[in-house]
Design a protein around this ligand. Structure first.
Ligand code: PGA
Length: 266
């Protein structure tokens, strides 16, 4: 796993945006996997800026979101569809018909989940999946114990996740206990994963993800099995990594290589 440590959440957002923007420029018809939560907000702001100031063109891009709360209508301010509309989609030139968020009010969740998976395949698969991480190490809503081969399905949220997410709701009793989420197996099929984390409260989850054993108890650790994962984290989120210095050395070599300045010993 490639680990890039940035000095601040703003720098994390900027670095993450360079990967997304490079893909959109190289492959204008790309399929993006998108995430909600506070972490990717800076990335979306930066992409909106690139769209406005540099003409980054999303008109042929397709997107699939990771998850949605069960029971919330798309118009509910805490639904993930609403989040995406207000924080990203309505500020860029993506065709709304090409944006996909699981339906939290599907009548038959099993059929809906299958259809969501099929749609991803029909679009040629996800080129780049943006991921946040929960303080318990979950990716999307794949809570500890989720099968590492899981597909899109209904998932019960842990009390830790419900507590983490209660800050967005007026009344904690309103926080949904169920979500429709892409599975770990679905995420692992993306061609590239971009994992973002900021803050000390993510440090333990990042350590377990990058350096711990692969375990369903930390579903993000399954990313160790993927051949192209880039974790962009701030200093606080990197603060528990044992091999932090080495990751920085790898980045320096990478940059030197790109700049043609790599020195070989005698
Ligand atoms: P956050 O959520 O970005 O709001 O911290 C991440 C997650 O729970 O996946």
């Amino acid at each position: 796993m490639r680990v890039i440590v940035e000095s601040s959440p703003e720098q994390v957002a900027r670095m993450a945006a360079t990967f997304v923007a490079a893909l959109v420029r190289k492959k204008p018809t790309c399929v993006l996997g998108l995430a909600t939560g506070s972490t990717p907000l800076g990335l979306y702001r930066e992409l909106i800026r690139l769209h406005r100031e540099e003409g980054l063109d999303f008109s042929r891009v397709t997107s699939f979101n990771l998850d949605e709360y069960v029971g919330l209508a798309p118009s509910h301010p805490q639904s993930y569809r609403y989040f995406m509309q207000h924080n990203f989609f309505q500020h860029i030139n993506i065709d709304q018909r090409n944006t996909h968020v699981p339906d939290g009010r599907a009548l038959d969740f099993e059929a809906h989940a299958e259809q969501y998976e099929r749609r991803i395949k029909d679009e040629g698969g996800i080129d780049l999946q943006v991921l946040g991480i929960g303080s318990d190490g979950h990716i999307a809503f794949n809570e500890p114990g989720s099968s590492l081969g899981s597909r899109t399905r209904l998932k019960t949220l842990t009390s830790e996740t419900v507590r983490d997410n209660a800050r967005f709701f007026n009344d904690p009793a309103e926080v949904p206990r169920l979500a429709v989420t892409m599975g770990v197996g679905t995420i692992l099929e993306s061609r590239r994963c971009l994992l973002l984390a900021c803050g000390r409260h993510k440090a333990e989850a990042i350590r377990a993800t990058v350096e711990g054993p692969v375990t369903a108890q930390v579903t993000a650790s399954a990313l160790q099995l993927h051949r192209d994962v880039i974790a962009v984290v701030d200093e606080d989120a990197a603060s528990s990594l044992y091999r932090r210095e080495y990751y920085c050395e790898v980045e320096q070599s990478q940059q030197a290589l790109q700049a043609g300045k790599l020195k070989f010993g005698a």
